[in-house]
Design a protein around this ligand. Structure first.
Ligand code: GDP
Ligand code: MN
Length: 377
């Protein structure tokens, strides 16, 4: 789960990581009041869950109250990468001397938190990673000791020269690591971490992702969520025991098993089709689950056909076929549906489906993909 900059900075404040004075606002009137309270100049920043706000015109430096109001008028309601800006953060403007990048992420290779540092702060770090990977320093943190101050300092001397800056930045990194672990983050970034003209180091931006699998331990984070419509669908599906991810294609997929679901999408692509989703219904023949799954597929207006791909292991194909027949008898499905049954009791399953006018059988995955692609042409 992703949270907005203003929420991330509230967490920063709790962990005593230095930030600017700032106030989150939803209207130009609130922005005017915030500018009065904070004192000019201020920076007005779009609160959307995507990077590159600066480039998109979502971050405005303003010297007068009228400029701040004008910036609020422009930014509120603006679309950045298809997300509508509903809130802005009004920040005390920092006089920037230097910009750095610092970040932490879960690293599966070392099974620890990876600390990343770069002197190329402020710009999109993904670009730096692509063009100059050597400009990002990576250090994995021993989970047993955590990030120790001397390690943070040693790491920072790779990108900074001034001892006073390093001391402040190391303190920030140690606190960020503590926040990261306590809050079960999967990513935390400060980009840019700035040194201002008085030599003070502060976090000018904040990006935090929480590990979804640990969210149950942090009930208070629930209210920080700002899910997109697609994400809401995924959460709803999860509650129904389905792993669903919406995509942009035309062929709805219903599959038992995550690996097989990935393969199904590949095979559809291979024959020139486009998958509308990833959907793993798990290993059961429960008709109610099939009905729920079909509801997700058919609610997507892009879906022109459905490919059901079942490999019977412990789940027997004849049970699945019975479940499907029962589910489809209760539903009004007006798109073609192809079903491939393979594995335990596949022949029995196919026998049961014989003569069913709602489900077109296929013996192999390739045949199923080609059949559904032809059917929607
Ligand atoms: P992002 O583009 O979404 O990453 O938004 P940021 O909060 O990182 O802001 C983008 C850039 O705007 C920063 O790298 C700074 O160069 C500039 N900026 C943001 N806040 C301030 C500020 O308080 N003072 C100054 N001078 N520049 C700022
Ligand atoms: Mn940034």
């Amino acid at each position: 789960m992703n949270i907005h900059e203003y929420s991330a900075k509230e967490l920063f404040a709790k962990f005593k990581i230095p930030i600017q004075n700032e106030i989150v606002c939803s209207t130009p009137e609130e922005v005017a009041a915030a500018a009065d309270k904070i004192g000019l100049p201020v920076v007005v920043k779009a609160q959307v869950l995507t990077g590159g706000r600066g480039k998109a015109g979502g971050v405005k430096f303003t010297k007068t109250k009228n400029e701040a109001i004008e910036a609020a008028n422009n930014i509120l309601g603006m679309k950045i990468k298809n997300l509508i800006v509903k809130k802005v953060l009004v920040c005390e403007a920092a006089a920037i001397a230097k910009e750095y990048y610092v970040g932490m992420v879960n690293d599966r290779n070392t099974k620890s938190v990876l600390l990343m540092l770069s002197a190329e702060g402020g710009v999109e770090i993904e670009e730096v990673a692509k063009t100059y990977p050597e400009k990002i320093i990576k250090i994995s943190v021993n989970p047993q000791t955590g990030l120790l101050p001397f390690q943070a300092r040693e790491a920072l001397f790779n990108i900074m020269t001034d001892g006073n800056e390093v001391r402040q930045a190391a303190d920030i990194l140690v606190k960020l690591y503590s926040l990261y672990v306590h809050s079960d983050c999967s990513l935390a970034e400060i980009n840019p971490l700035v040194v201002d003209k008085s030599g003070k180091v502060i976090a000018l931006d904040a990006k935090i992702n929480f590990d979804d699998n640990a969210l149950y331990r942090h009930k208070a984070f629930e209210e920080l969520a700002d899910y997109t419509e697609d994400e809401k669908l995924e959460i709803d599906a999860k509650e129904k025991g389905l792993a669903y991810v919406k995509l942009d294609g035309e062929i709805g997929c219903m599959v038992n098993g995550a690996g097989l679901a990935m393969t199904t999408m590949d095979v559809i692509n291979l024959y020139g089709g486009t998958p509308a989703n990833f959907l793993d219904i798990g290993g059961s023949s429960n008709p109610q689950k099939v009905i729920h799954a079909m509801e997700f597929l058919l609610n997507d207006k892009n879906v022109k056909g459905v490919m059901i791909n079942i490999f019977g292991g412990i789940t027997r194909c004849d049970d699945v076929a019975r479940g499907l027949i029962e589910a489809f008898s209760k539903m009004n499905v007006n798109v073609p549906v192809v079903i491939r049954l393979s594995g335990t009791n596949a022949a029995e399953g196919r026998e049961l489906l014989k003569g069913n006018d709602k489900l077109m059988p296929a013996e192999t995955m390739s045949e199923a993909a080609q059949k559904i692609i032809a059917a929607i042409k």
